[in-house]
Design a protein around this ligand. Structure first.
Ligand SMILES: [Zn+2]
Length: 309
């Protein structure tokens, strides 16, 4: 039996990873993937733990099913040409961005092409998604519009009216459900009411919802205790407000304008929930976040099949 020295990397940081040799980086990744066996490789096909190490190919050969596999076989990083050290570095850089890291920024850091960095960033973004997250207690619900910009025509048109030269059809409404001091979940639709079913499925039955005066939330009153605050009269009424949701939207706008500049409508929900993850885990230690993210990336099955196909 081959012995692998895979002492779990306690403190992963950009500097500690940069100082690692390729072998150390591979061992750190193995410790994260096969944490239950202390880094000893386990065949992803048959679950057998006795393997040969093929040094020339940097792969393992299962003694039972005689199949080859690598550290990333069967995970979201499968078939990736990115080395173990580069994966660790990418994870450190990606987690380090307070409001995210853009594909272009990552490509400059990594010395890779934009498309390859975009895909790598999306894989890590997928690991930040929490499709099974439920919310309870007091939850604030609110919506904000992202995208769908209009380009005004140069000259004033007929009847003195300024027409639009072009209207972009990627206008979407991000609806957020956020527990004060708790978890956050974002949904995307063309209008606020598109997300109502998803919102109600996320909330526990005894949830108290705090929302603004928008008519879109009226139907939530059938299932939940709904507290309204009319924003044309006050920001807070009887202790009900949506300041936590508004605070999330302020960050979402900063993420859009400051980091990504443009977010495609088809990816907006992934970005919105990435920010939700970053906000909810903002007090976690950096090394814990990196470990958590990589552990999720190295699960045998993808977290959702919605983003990466
Ligand atoms: Zn096997």
């Amino acid at each position: 039996m081959v012995d692998f020295d895979c002492s779990a990397s306690a403190d992963l940081s950009l500097v500690s990873v940069a100082r690692m040799s390729d072998e150390d980086a591979r061992n750190a990744l193995m410790a994260l993937r096969w944490a239950s066996s202390n880094g000893r490789p386990i065949c992803p096909r048959c679950g057998h733990d006795e393997v040969y190490f093929r040094k020339s190919r940097r792969t393992f050969l299962c003694k039972r099913c005689v199949k080859d596999f690598s550290i990333v076989s069967g995970t979201i990083f499968a078939f990736s040409k990115v080395s173990a050290k580069d994966l660790l570095l990418a994870a450190c850089l990606f987690v380090g961005g307070a409001k995210g890291v853009s594909g272009l920024q990552l490509s400059r850091y990594m010395g890779r092409q934009y498309k390859s960095s975009f895909v790598l960033a999306h894989k890590m973004r997928e690991a930040m998604q929490r499709p099974d997250l439920g919310l309870r207690g007091v939850v604030q619900v609110d919506g904000c519009t992202i995208g769908g910009y209009r380009l005004a025509a140069n000259a004033v048109g007929e009847f003195g009216k300024r027409y639009y030269q072009k209207k972009f059809g990627n206008r979407r409404v991000v609806v957020v459900a956020r527990e004060p001091f708790g978890n956050t979940k974002a949904f995307v639709g063309k209008k606020e009411s598109d997300s109502l079913v998803a919102v109600s499925e996320t909330l526990a039955a005894d949830t108290i919802i705090q929302a603004d005066g928008s008519r879109a939330w009226n139907s939530l009153a059938r299932q939940f205790d709904l507290m309204r605050v009319e924003h044309d009269k006050a920001y807070s009424e009887n202790g009900a407000h949506t300041n936590w949701a508004e605070s999330y939207f302020a960050l979402l706008r900063k993420m859009q304008y400051g980091i990504h500049h443009q977010i495609g409508a088809q990816h907006l929900e992934a970005y919105a929930n990435e920010l939700a993850w970053r906000q909810d885990n903002r007090e976690m230690k950096e090394s814990e976040k990196i470990t958590f993210l990589l552990t999720r990336c190295l699960r045998v099955r993808p977290i959702t099949s919605r983003l990466i196909t």
